[in-house]
Ligand binder design. Structure first.
Ligand code: SF4
Length: 702
């Protein structure tokens, strides 16, 4: 075989993709990554998946943005484009940093001064570091003067977090993934970790091998289902029916934990009265799981010495996403399956730093550490710390911001590292909104579908080109370290944010991530004990870590829940149907999600050689019998249309996809499936219903 290139340096860092937070080492030669190796981090112990191991060369892609760009006068903004990187300079002209920053910051300042802070909004990124997230939300809150700041957490676990904050007072996981090895029963529901949290899935499979009983519940049969003790392929959109029926069984058969309920919770009676209406026998035809199986799984969970629940977007991305999560919380509380090792609730976080970005206050209703912006004491605390008067009104969320633009409210935006033109539901509507902005500043590493609609583009640094802290799904804060210099004139994001801030009248001077982190920990009790030195030395520290020297707490809620009463709260849920049900015209259910080789909107992985070679083309997964009934064969082009748009892509036969449904990953710009999805929101988490809308499918392209 070919000799391995001898690197000239090795840099210890973490993976830039998912929330598992695998530690890795970059092998670098001549400012290029030549190889990636897994390290012995707490979440991965040397393991990496295909994305972490091979998904690095996007950093060296020729399409990297290396010069600031300003939109040419008179070039219209069109959302229905096909991206042609060769023609960038037809739309934009190259500019100096000084000129671009003046245009970027000056444009935002003018809108603020003419229309007030609520006429501006910012999207930060769960791909950025904690320090970038913190500075970005501080810029919006103190520089714009509103709370219109959000990021993609709104599209992934906002409903889970709403339910968790309401029920147990904390939006983060109670136990790390690795606790599956200490459980007796593990439920994975509405998640496909083999694809989306691959290294976490390997720990689950290892646990099964040592006797842990795995229950997988999902409308789609995933690879993990092969390892399950029981697989419950329930009908899409029937989560509450299934979960209430499990709770019905537990109450009826006396399998609750009365001491836990009495000592640690409130609201049980109302919950028990509600689930009395949901017998497994009545729910079986609704959810498609027979009553005996529902009862069996409920007994197994309730009577296990330790049982853990992990969930993903299948739970959260519904108009009843918060209700789905409320049911999972209630299950854990009524059986006392929380607060000990090998138990608990684990919403599998998607992005590498979605936990940290949310903790840092990159959300419209919360300051750092989840202090509500409309709570006067919290407002006073942050006004004193930041030296500015703050808006006490919660800001708008991702989808609300798009609607507000078209209602002539918000006129300017600053978007750092997010791609709403691809990731938002009803993407045609989102693109129309972005195009309608008077002033859009986009900071990114590629000309994304969103950047194409910008007035000013600021070329940023890729993950490996900067140092920062990142918080994984287990609440472990880890260091990503700079391995490369940014290409051309691209700059580190922390520098760019501060330059934009300066143009908004904020004379900040942070000389690096350590200085920002130090300010954060003084304002955030949950990480108060974590010093930058310790992060550099240990590489990973779990929060809560309230005082220097504290070891950190991987398992929380052992004595009390962080609510005023110290008690967790049961919140009953009833069945609410999906916003858009199939009908004669649109008879098929569209489920969207991800696939192993690609990440979210594909801006990185579709420019990573190995990953793109493995999955180069847009595909839709269709049950083979459904495909046959349509008159199609695997590999045929099919057209999927909803009331909002249509796309053409290749059909792949997949008997794990339920009959009457089609599954499409949202990473393909040439078949941007979010043009079809429904922007209806869960009322509590304001999360869109990505997991369910009505479409029709035909063989053939358009
Ligand atoms: Fe990266 Fe997640 Fe894969 Fe680990 S499991 S290597 S963090 S994508």
């Amino acid at each position: 075989g070919a000799a391995l290139t001898v690197p000239d340096k090795q840099v210890d860092s973490v993976c830039p993709y998912c929330g598992v937070g695998c530690q890795l080492t970059y092998h670098v030669k001549d400012n290029r990554i030549v190889r990636v190796e897994g390290r012995d981090g707490p979440a991965n112990h040397g393991r990496l998946c295909v994305k972490g191991r091979y998904g690095y060369d996007y950093a060296h892609h020729p399409q990297r943005l290396t010069v600031p760009l300003i939109r040419r006068e008179g070039v219209p903004k069109r959302g229905d484009f096909t991206m042609d990187p060769e023609r960038v300079l037809d739309v934009f002209r190259e500019a100096t940093w000084e000129e671009a920053l003046e245009a970027a910051g000056g444009g935002l300042a003018r809108i603020r001064d003419a229309h007030g802070g609520r006429a501006l909004a910012g999207f930060g990124s769960a791909k950025g570091s904690n320090e970038e997230a913190y500075l970005f939300q501080k810029l919006v809150r103190t520089g714009f003067g509103s709370n219109n700041v959000d990021h993609c957490t709104r599209l992934c676990h906002a409903s889970s977090v709403a339910a968790l904050l309401e029920g147990i007072g904390s939006g983060a996981v109670s136990n790390p993934v690795m606790d599956v090895t200490r459980a007796e029963v593990v439920i994975v529901i509405g998640a496909n970790p083999t694809v989306n949290h691959p290294v976490a899935a390997t720990w689950i499979k290892n646990a099964v091998r040592t006797g842990v009983k795995l229950i997988v519940a999902d409308p789609r049969r995933s690879d993990l289902a092969r390892h399950a003790h029981r697989f419950l392929q329930f009908k899409p959109d029937t989560d509450v029916a299934l979960l209430n029926a499990m709770m019905h069984t537990i109450v009826e058969e006396g399998l609750v934990d009365p001491a836990f309920i009495a000592d640690r919770t409130s609201g049980y009676d109302a919950l028990a009265a509600n689930v009395a209406n949901y017998s497994p026998e009545a729910m079986a035809p609704i959810c498609g799981i027979d009553a005996e199986t529902i009862r069996y799984v409920a007994r197994l969970y309730a009577t296990a010495k330790g049982a853990m629940i992990l969930w993903g977007m299948g739970i959260s991305q519904h108009v009843h996403g918060t209700d789905n999560a409320r049911c999972l919380i209630a299950l854990a509380l009524m059986t006392g399956q929380i607060g000990r090792p090998g138990t608990g609730l684990h919403p599998l976080r998607g992005q590498n730093n979605v936990q940290g970005a949310s903790d840092a206050g990159l959300i419209p209703m919360m300051y750092p550490d989840y202090r509500r912006v409309d709570e006067p004491e919290a407002q006073a605390k942050f006004e004193a710390a930041w030296g500015r008067a703050l808006d006490g009104k919660p800001g708008l969320t991702v989808v609300e911001i798009m609607d507000d633009i078209l209602a002539d409210g918000i006129k300017g935006m600053y978007i750092m590292g997010e791609n709403p033109a691809m990731s938002d539901p009803d993407a045609n509507h989102a693109r129309e909104a972005l195009a309608a902005l008077q002033h859009l500043v986009v900071q990114d590493i590629f000309l994304t579908e969103t950047a194409y609609l910008a007035d000013v583009i600021l070329p940023a640094s890729s993950f490996a080109e900067k140092t920062g802290s990142f918080t994984n799904t287990d609440r472990v804060v880890q260091l990503g370290r700079q391995a490369l210099n940014p290409p051309g004139d691209a700059r580190q994001d922390l520098w760019i944010i501060q330059q934009v801030a300066r143009r908004l009248g904020l004379p900040w001077k942070y000389d690096g991530p350590a200085a920002v982190f130090d300010e954060m920990r003084k304002l955030m009790p949950s990480i108060a004990g974590i010093t930058w030195d310790r992060l550099e030395r240990d590489g990973a520290v779990t929060y809560p870590c309230r005082a220097e020297g504290d070891p950190g707490e991987p398992v929380v809620f052992t004595q009390a829940f962080p609510r005023e009463s110290g008690r967790a709260r049961f919140v009953p849920a009833d069945i609410i149907p999906a916003d858009e049900r199939p009908d004669a015209e649109y008879p098929v259910v569209l489920i969207t999600g991800r696939q192993l080789e690609h990440w979210h909107t594909g801006s990185m992985t579709r420019r990573a050689g190995v990953l793109d070679a493995l999955e180069p083309d847009p595909v839709a997964l269709v049950h083979p019998l459904d495909l046959e009934a349509l008159g199609g064969r695997p590999g045929d082009v099919i057209t999927i249309a909803s009331r909002r748009g249509e796309v053409a892509l290749y059909a792949r036969a997949d008997d794990g996809t339920p009959r009457g449904a089609v599954f499409v990953p949202f990473c393909y710009y040439e078949a941007a499936i979010n043009r079809l999805t429904n922007a209806a929101l869960d009322p509590f988490g304001k999360i869109p219903e990505f997991k369910y809308c009505a479409v029709r499918v035909q063989v053939g392209g358009h």
